[in-house]
Design a protein around this ligand. Structure first.
Ligand code: IVH
Length: 658
């Protein structure tokens, strides 16, 4: 760094670095096609930060280092939109679309021929208008009432997909670009999971979460929310843009580094619109963000100008809406389902209703805390929502429609499956059945988990046969799996000698396992795959883990007081000790390793201070082996991606972490 700085003078180096960082930002965020690894980007970024720290007079507001302001704002100012931010008329049917196309043609005096429309997805987020002055980010505002919006500049600046300086040439002195700020579905789910853990109110949908994140008073929080943006137009009537069509405008925006939907394209006539609609609808569930329809815009600016506006919507554009992902229906009943850890999940039985094209008759209320917070009662009219492959859920009650006889559902005192006591510790959102493996519901879920691929991996021991065997009384705990005999299985409906023999063989094969898998299979609360691995590496064998005190457990990095207490309580339970003894007697075994030397010894390893997350199937080794290697080199392995993650190691079929 100092070499460059000394040779070129700090100004030259600073501006070269900014240009490089802007280029790589554009490749990464707009083109989705990075040229350099993230670590290289970080290196350039840190070099720029260091130079700016040494030469504060070189800091400028457009510098890539200046996205997140440090001070929370006390409220939002106002911004007047030079051209109002309009809304769109909707078409819900083909007929309505055809009527729109006819009106357009008639007004333009076109008898025949097909209109060219610019077609785009209709993003379900928050509209924003961003002012660039001579190519530099000046301010950003929400739509507000269309004429005056809230100044959300400090927050919008934190969105890396929003350039602080436009690329290329020919920027108008003043340019307002209009776009939609949105949240990817998995980020929304993650935000809600965190809110659930912290007992905060959940967001109803990604749009609300995006709006909430955009209106955060503390930009540092907005910066963590990973908001995204697509631009779909400008707010100047006579664009200093030389484009003659909307599609050319979008091309121009792209060249200036503004992110435009890759699904945008021109189509011809109503038939072209309909084909586009079907195609995008087909893709809807596989997109990582939500769209609620498509928009068709008369492509030629000249024609747009002639068509003009009615009240608050242009005559030259229409939104063709998809089937809604939220619907209103009635709650007929609320029942409780019991999961593996005994958690009682309230499930609403609903008047069946079609949501986003699928008939829904049940919706989850997540947990008792959420049910009370939303105050859902039997008889209520509720808004339900189904999006992507997420389980349908109740978003909210419509209080005005509550009938007088609507009935509050109380938390049952006894488990609906096994009648054991239900407990809900003070301050926790989740109520649980205390029956443990005595509860058939918990037992079935525990067995399923025990046999699952990432735990003991017993092929053939699926949901159906587990249900049958539990009901028959043949399986009372995971230890009973190892007592199953082929002749007993072969007599069951749908089972012959061959399938019975196969299952017993895979039960036998599962006995040779690893300590980490075994710990994961036991299903201790809070001990997932990664924590099981950490424990296995730390203790090397089961007995020392079973003897460990809460303090010892808590001293392990990544294990907090709550999980430490769960682990201790699990091994203190005589019933669990008995199951573990029987499993070991049945022949379950694992290679015993020497407990890992205290982490301090590896603290000067090449990965020291770095946090890794592993996801997907790795090629040359198992994830357990990989995390062992990382830990040996001084690194930490965590189960979730967060701000502390330095490296994500992604194998095949990597999921949402990637
Ligand atoms: S054009 C003059 N294009 O939908 C036309 N809007 O109901 C103004 N929206 O407030 C909007 N995707 O927030 C346009 N591709 C798209 C859009 C889009 C989402 C939102 C936008 C606007 C609302 C209009």
């Amino acid at each position: 760094m100092s070499q460059h700085a000394a040779a070129d003078g700090p100004e030259r180096r600073v501006s070269a670095l900014r240009a490089q960082l802007e280029h790589h930002n554009y490749r990464y965020h707009v083109l989705d096609d990075p040229e350099i690894p993230d670590a290289e980007y970080d290196r350039l970024f840190r070099e720029l930060q260091a130079l700016e720290a040494s030469y504060p007079h070189l800091v400028s507001p457009e510098s890539p280092t200046q996205r997140v302001g440090v001070r929370p704002v006390t409220g939002f100012g106002e911004r007047r939109h030079e051209l109002p931010m309009l809304s769109l008329d909707n078409a819900f049917t083909e007929e309505e679309l055809m009527a729109f196309d006819r009106r357009v043609s008639q007004r333009l005096g076109l008898e025949e021929g097909e209109m060219t429309y610019a077609a785009e997805p209709k993003l379900d987020g928050v509209a924003v208008s961003i002012r660039y002055e001579s190519g530099r980010f000046a301010w950003a505002a929400t739509r507000g009432d269309g004429s005056v919006g809230e100044d959300v500049s400090a927050n919008v600046r934190t969105i890396e997909q929003v350039p602080l300086r436009l690329r290329g040439h020919g920027h108008p002195r003043q340019l307002d670009v209009r776009g939609e700020i949105y949240l990817a579905r998995d980020v929304f789910l993650e935000i809600n999971r965190e809110a659930e853990r912290e007992n905060r109110k959940l967001f109803a949908n990604p749009r609300n979460a995006a709006a909430g994140s955009l209106r955060q008073l503390d930009p540092r929080i907005t910066a963590q929310r990973r908001l995204q943006v697509f631009f779909y137009g400008t707010g100047i009537s006579d664009p200093a843009l030389s484009s003659r069509t909307h599609s050319e405008t979008l091309e121009q925006l792209k060249e200036w580094g503004l992110r435009v939907s890759p699904l945008a394209r021109t189509v011809s006539g109503v038939q072209g619109c309909l084909a586009y609609y079907r195609e995008v609808l087909e893709q809807r569930d596989s997109l990582v963000y939500e769209i609620d329809g498509v928009v068709y815009k008369v492509d030629a600016h000249e024609s747009q100008k002639r068509l003009g506006f009615v009240s608050r919507a242009p005559r030259w554009a229409i939104a063709h809406k998809f089937p809604a992902q939220e619907q209103v229906t009635q709650v007929h009943d609320i029942e409780f389902q019991v999961g593996r850890t005994g958690a009682l999940t309230p499930v609403a039985r609903l008047e069946p209703v079609s949501v986003g094209g699928v008939v829904v008759s049940n919706a989850t209320l997540h947990n008792i805390g959420e049910m009370r917070r939303k105050d859902v009662r039997i008889g209520d009219s509720v808004i339900i929502r189904r999006a992507g492959d997420v389980i349908p859920e109740i978003v909210s009650v419509i209080p005005e429609r509550r009938p007088a006889q609507a009935c509050v559902v109380e938390l049952p005192e006894a488990c609906p499956v096994c009648q054991s006591a239900v407990s809900q510790p003070e301050g926790e959102a989740i109520a649980r059945c205390t029956g443990g493996l005595v509860c058939p519901a918990q037992l079935k879920e525990s067995l399923r988990h025990f046999a699952s691929r990432r735990a003991m991996d017993i092929q053939g021991l699926g949901e159906r046969i587990i249900d049958t065997l539990v009901t028959m009384g043949a399986l009372g705990s995971p230890a009973d799996i190892y007592l199953l005999k082929p002749d007993k299985l072969a007599g069951l409906e749908g089972w012959g000698e061959k399938s019975a023999g196969n299952l017993v063989a895979s039960i036998e094969a599962s006995k040779a396992t690893t300590l980490a898998r075994f710990l994961h299979a036991l299903g201790v609360r809070g001990v997932g795959e990664t924590t099981a691995q950490t424990l296995a590496v730390h203790f090397g064998d089961l007995d020392s883990l079973m003897d460990a005190s809460v303090e010892e457990l808590q001293a392990i990095s990544d294990i907090g007081p709550v999980i430490a207490a769960h682990i201790r309580a699990f091994f203190d339970e005589e019933h669990n000790q008995d199951i573990i003894r029987r499993l070991r007697e049945a022949g379950i075994h694992w290679p015993v390793s020497i407990p890992q030397a205290p982490t301090q010894d590896a603290s000067d390893g090449p990965f020291s201070g770095k946090t890794f997350v592993l996801t997907g199937t790795l090629k040359s080794m198992t994830r357990e082996q990989a995390s062992q290697l990382i830990q040996n080199a001084g690194g930490k392995v965590s189960g979730t991606v967060s701000g502390k993650t330095d490296f994500l190691v992604a194998g095949e079929k990597a999921g949402s972490k990637l």
